[in-house]
Design a protein around this ligand. Structure first.
Ligand SMILES: [Fe+2]
Length: 390
């Protein structure tokens, strides 16, 4: 019986408080003439871009800054604007960008991945929607992360909104994986409370969906369970006090481990629906996950082996050998965590309109995350889940 599991990650992952100090050594290993920084104006005003500029200047590496990412949920038009900037570098300065450095959260990393991919493969990012459509390596990419998190700094996915179709496209290919990820909690202390909450519950969603995925392996299981333990313990602390560096560091590790898990095990129906809701209403990704997660877990529970339900329950806190009790504890604990970090309790509060539920549900089942959900459903099941969370 074949039972293979590939495990993909960036070549190097700098992690922990002060990890950024190793970036100059890493940069020296590239023979760099010019770098494109992909970021947004908020990252510039927080001083994070300035700290990377200083590193580049000290190494005599020239750079340009593309800061045209205007809101969370990256769009095709942001990618096109970035590509225009990239080509300006090709034509005017006659010097190709040898490296892209993204600074920010998942939005900026995903946008950078798309720019890096189209930069070498040509065409438009829409041409690469789906799994393994990219045929050439992207421009090398270093992702410096400021949230915990989407884990986009270390995954092979880019989620880009095509506004013309109101669809969040998933582009997935090993070629999108950044060369180096940097997760230094020093870059996370200024994360606003609402971003701490939504990105933190995204971590929980990644870990739970990876743990129950049809592609889970013993390696992704151990990463997912540890991420769940850390997030349930430290997310409320990071939310209450953004300067709690211990809580920020634990959430950084939870983000990294959950990202490693889902990059290799895949996700499920929570992300299918959250992606499409984001395409329609442009609210924060993690908030959709927070609301959907308990309903999807209940829907999936008949397809999750009993021992795995007990392991998941134990990672959250209580130990029980009663299946029904364990499912109830998991569902109640997710609701409780969501409430503690003040995320709205239903999709209606996040703008869901009844008339959109059917097209949203149709799109959700086409999302690549659908294939690894432990229980396969039909459009009516997705409609039921969205209505349950409304
Ligand atoms: Fe996510």
């Amino acid at each position: 019986m074949e039972n293979t599991h590939n495990f993909l990650l960036p070549k190097t992952n700098l992690m922990g408080t002060g990890a950024i100090k190793d970036l100059p050594n890493q940069l020296l290993s590239f023979k760099l003439s010019k770098v494109l920084i992909v970021t947004d104006k908020n990252m510039i005003s927080l001083g994070y871009v300035d700290s990377i500029e200083r590193i580049l200047k000290n190494l005599f590496i020239s750079y340009d800054i593309f800061d045209g990412i205007l809101h969370p949920n990256p769009t095709v038009s942001f990618v096109e604007d970035g590509l225009t900037y990239l080509k300006k570098g090709f034509n005017v300065f006659k010097r190709n960008y040898k490296l892209i450095i993204s600074i920010g959260g998942g939005t900026n990393h995903d946008c950078a991945k798309a720019i890096a991919t189209v930069g070498t493969n040509g065409g438009s990012i829409n041409d690469y929607e789906g799994f393994n459509k990219v045929t050439k390596p992207a421009i090398p990419h270093i992702a410096i992360n400021t949230t915990a998190g989407s884990a986009a700094e270390l995954t092979m996915f880019a989620i880009i909104t095509d506004q013309s179709r109101k669809v969040k496209m998933a582009v997935a290919s090993p070629f999108l994986t950044p060369y180096i990820s940097v997760n230094d909690p020093i870059f996370m202390t200024t994360m606003p409370k609402e971003v701490t909450a939504s990105s933190g519950i995204d971590v929980v969603s990644h870990a739970i969906e990876a743990f129950v995925s049809t592609e889970a392996s013993p390696i992704t299981d151990s990463l997912a369970l540890k991420a769940i333990r850390l997030a349930f313990e430290y997310l409320p602390r990071a939310y209450e006090n953004g300067n709690d560096l211990e809580a920020r560091e634990k959430m950084m590790f939870a983000n990294t481990m959950a990202g490693m898990a889902f990059n290799n095990a895949g996700l499920g129906y929570v992300h299918c629906m959250a992606h499409q809701l984001g395409g329609f209403y442009n609210q924060t990704h993690g908030c959709y996950n927070a609301v959907l997660l308990p309903y999807v877990f209940e829907f999936n529970s008949p397809s999750i082996p009993e021992e795995r339900i007990f392991q998941l329950c134990e990672a959250i806190g209580p130990i029980t050998r009663n299946r029904i009790q364990a499912i109830d504890i998991i569902i109640d604990s997710i609701h409780e965590l969501r409430s503690k970090i003040e995320i709205p309790g239903n999709l209606t509060e996040m703008g869901l309109k009844a008339g959109d539920i059917e097209p949203l549900s149709q799109n959700a089942l086409k999302d690549i995350s659908a294939f690894t959900n432990p229980r396969q459903g039909f459009v009516d099941d997705i409609i039921y889940l969205i209505k349950s969370a409304s």
